[in-house]
Design a protein around this ligand. Structure first.
Ligand SMILES: *[C@@H]1O[C@H](CO)[C@@H](O)[C@H](O)[C@H]1NC(C)=O
Ligand SMILES: *[C@@H]1O[C@H](CO)[C@@H](O)[C@H](O)[C@H]1NC(C)=O
Ligand SMILES: *[C@@H]1O[C@H](CO)[C@@H](O)[C@H](O)[C@H]1NC(C)=O
Ligand SMILES: *[C@@H]1O[C@H](CO)[C@@H](O)[C@H](O)[C@H]1NC(C)=O
Ligand SMILES: *[C@@H]1O[C@H](CO)[C@@H](O)[C@H](O)[C@H]1NC(C)=O
Length: 439
């Protein structure tokens, strides 16, 4: 049993003199024998042909943006890409113009359809909701299109495979509880279960059983739990590889009622104007806000993956809001601190890592992960306003590296040292996140 003890002693704050109390020690204990979920990774989408933002940038900016997203030394080290499976005639190029993160070692590709093509649906178009013909309660004069839609999705996987990209996860709906003017399809949990009973054997028949079916991308965590429950009641839970939900209409405040893996697959700040702030009093676009949201997803939500909405977007779309991590202009770009919040986790907590127990400490939000290469990644957010010194004892670690993100740092290396007895000391500035990786 490897017991890692983190002792954090408060340093006097120069900024808030009145708040200085007696020196106190906080102790965090990491217990690698107490294991939680396995991590699949962190990621984002470039659906709606957002990949063009990167593709059209002149070099060297194009490579710089790809590095910011995928590079494990200089960028966020993202490991999951969620691609939109085109449904409308004007998005036929979706599967042609993807970029190639394969170079960066990304192995998890999630193909997700927003809707079936219009001719398979009750409303005759891929937008404005409507249902898939043939599902219970969705009858069409044109007949039953369930098998055709399953074949269509399998074809997408096969076409990507031909180009050397293995689609690992496949979703057939996006926000099925929401009807809107872009591609959308309304499906309830019982209807989703009905379709899964067709999609699952169709994948198997095509030697694609290793492709995990996802469901249901509901717009909020609460609504998704109703879908999850309906899938279970209909007896298809075991056919679903990953339960997936978004956090727009409700955030993560509980774990989905399932024993399957769970991914948070879409979140963003739709309301705020473009911001690159780390901490501006907890605004919805702050990097710090999202570091805390990721923490809540990994702990309260028990998620194995946490995905942002789009990686890149231009200035014109949606009044230049915060739904992107990187603002790409004609020949330049700006990076938000949200990207660096993700980087602290994504670069240090790699696919296959197992979350282990971390307890104790005041005003610290700590998560610990045992990576498959044996390294221990410990992420510490200090929710107080001023710095905390941290000492980590009890590891057999021969070396430690640490990185910090706050108002003035973008996952910059920070000092952490190891004493003769194995104690590791570092510092977590107020409202900062520091990641220690112990080898
Ligand atoms: C990541 O960045 C480093 C440092 O610039 C570079 O040496 C490396 O080639 C990059 N990785 C990839 C996969 O491009
Ligand atoms: C089935 O898929 C596996 C791995 O995905 C592959 O190794 C095998 O060759 C495939 N078999 C056929 C008959 O396509
Ligand atoms: C957490 O998720 C795993 C699957 O990744 C599941 O086996 C486990 O039961 C879940 N735990 C809780 C408390 O929901
Ligand atoms: C984080 O920093 C603040 C301010 O110094 C301090 O009050 C708090 O205790 C620190 N957290 C820990 C666990 O040391
Ligand atoms: C750490 O050292 C202890 C005692 O020397 C040993 O029992 C334990 O297996 C070691 N853990 C690791 C991960 O090497």
């Amino acid at each position: 049993m490897l017991l890692t003890t983190i002792t954090a002693a408060v340093l006097p704050s120069f900024a808030i003199a009145s708040a200085i109390g007696p020196r106190q020690a906080n102790r965090i204990t990491v217990n690698v024998d107490k294991k939680y979920q396995t991590i699949d990774g962190f990621g984002f989408s470039e659906a709606f042909q957002r990949a063009y933002n990167i593709y059209n940038l002149p070099e060297p900016k194009r490579t710089e943006v790809l590095d910011l997203l995928f590079n494990t030394t200089t960028g966020a080290g993202f490991t999951i890409v969620r691609n939109g499976i085109g449904s409308s005639p004007s998005s036929q190029n979706d599967w042609m113009n993807t970029f190639l993160p394969v170079k960066y070692g990304v192995k998890t590709f999630y193909g997700n359809a927003w809707s079936a093509p219009g001719f398979m649906k009750t409303n005759g178009r891929d937008s404005n909701g409507g249902g898939l013909c043939g599902l219970p309660g969705a009858t069409c004069s044109s007949g039953d299109w369930r098998q055709a839609y399953a074949d269509y999705l399998v074809k997408y996987v096969q076409l990507y495979a031909q180009e050397g990209v293995d689609v690992t996860h496949l979703g057939f709906v996006n926000e099925p509880d929401f009807s809107t003017s872009y591609a959308s399809m309304q499906v309830n949990g019982n209807q989703a279960a009905d379709f899964i009973k067709i999609l699952h054997p169709t994948l198997a028949k095509n030697n694609l059983s290793h492709v995990a079916i996802t469901c249901c991308e509901a717009a909020g965590w609460n609504v998704q739990s109703q879908y999850t429950q309906q899938l279970k009641s209909a007896g298809v839970e075991s056919m679903v590889g990953v339960i997936t939900g978004h956090t727009y209409t409700s955030g993560i405040s509980f774990a989905q009622p399932t024993t399957r893996r769970v991914w948070e697959t879409e979140c963003s700040d739709l309301s705020g104007g473009w911001s690159t702030a780390w901490y501006s009093w907890g605004a919805s676009g702050d990097g710090y806000t999202w570091a805390n949201n990721i923490y809540t997803g990994l702990t309260t939500g028990n998620v194995s993956a946490y995905l942002w909405w789009v990686g890149t977007q231009d200035r014109a779309t949606n009044n230049n809001n915060n739904e992107k991590l990187i603002l790409v202009e004609r020949d330049s770009y700006q990076v938000s601190k949200r990207l660096w919040a993700f980087a602290q986790y994504s670069r240090t907590v790699r696919p296959g890592a197992v979350r282990v127990d971390a307890s104790g400490g005041n005003s610290l939000r700590t998560t610990a992960f045992l990576n498959t290469d044996g390294t221990l990644a410990i992420n510490v957010i200090n929710t107080s306003a001023s710095a905390a010194s941290v000492s980590i004892a009890g590891t057999n670690g021969t070396s430690v590296q640490a990185w910090v993100t706050d108002n003035t740092h973008d996952m910059d290396p920070t000092t952490a040292s190891r004493a003769g007895d194995g104690t590791i000391t570092g510092s977590v500035p107020g409202r900062a996140i520091v990641t220690f990786v112990i080898s």
